[in-house]
Design a protein around this ligand. Structure first.
Ligand SMILES: [Zn+2]
Length: 213
């Protein structure tokens, strides 16, 4: 089932590795098939850039494997809770990026410093409260931090990016990491100013008008 979607998941995993946005066995990717109530999701334990489409699993919304061998990613609850809560997301990417993870370790949210950040992500990128990897609590904290946003940092862990499709989720992840890099450099220069609040409010209105459609 869903051969094309599985191939796209594999392509995105290779892209993440090539762009330095993920490494080794870390990270996980899923795509929801809304008409069927199925989720195409990465398995646990593989070097992600070496996966082939046949390794990618299909699960239902309760987490039961309905096609493929092995176990789904340990972050299965994170993916399923996001889909349950936010009907407008059909793709989730979780990765251990460098600059956004550094800010997640500092437990510092990224303020709205660059226009595209508000237009793609919805404003400040929050840090979800700390919870151990793979836990139900982590999933709940991420869901909370994703309200009216397409991305969140996970304290001491990494980043979650969501989209209407896989390509949008990838774009969001790239914007978060780029903005995290810029913010880190600005802070090293000693100053990081946010965009004026009235501009942010206007951009948020534009973002929210598109988020759920
Ligand atoms: Zn992780």
């Amino acid at each position: 089932m869903y051969e094309e979607v599985k191939s796209e998941v594999v392509e995105v995993l290779k892209t993440l590795e090539e762009k330095g946005l993920n490494y080794g066995r870390s990270g996980n990717v899923s795509v929801r098939i809304p008409s069927k109530g199925h989720v195409v999701i990465t398995p646990s334990g593989f070097v992600k850039s070496a996966l082939s489409p046949k390794d990618v699993l299909v699960i239902d919304m309760e987490g039961n494997v309905i096609e493929g061998e092995g176990l789904p990613t340990i972050e299965i609850q994170l993916h399923l809770r996001i889909y349950e809560e936010y009907e407008y997301f059909n793709a989730v990417i979780h990765a251990h990026t460098i600059y956004s993870s550094a800010l997640a370790v500092a437990r510092e949210s990224i303020p709205p410093i660059i226009d595209e950040m508000v237009l793609y992500i919805g404003g400040e990128v929050r840090v979800a409260d700390y919870a151990p990897f793979g836990s139900k609590e982590l999933a709940e904290n991420a869901v909370k931090a994703l309200r009216d946003r397409r991305a969140t940092l996970l304290a001491n862990h990494g980043v979650v990016a969501c989209g209407r499709d896989l390509w949008e989720a990838l774009e969001v992840l790239e914007v978060v990491e780029r903005v995290a890099h810029i913010y880190t450099l600005s802070k090293a220069l000693g100053r990081a100013f946010s965009i004026p609040s009235e501009v942010v409010e206007f951009q948020k209105t534009v973002f929210l008008s598109k988020l759920k459609h």
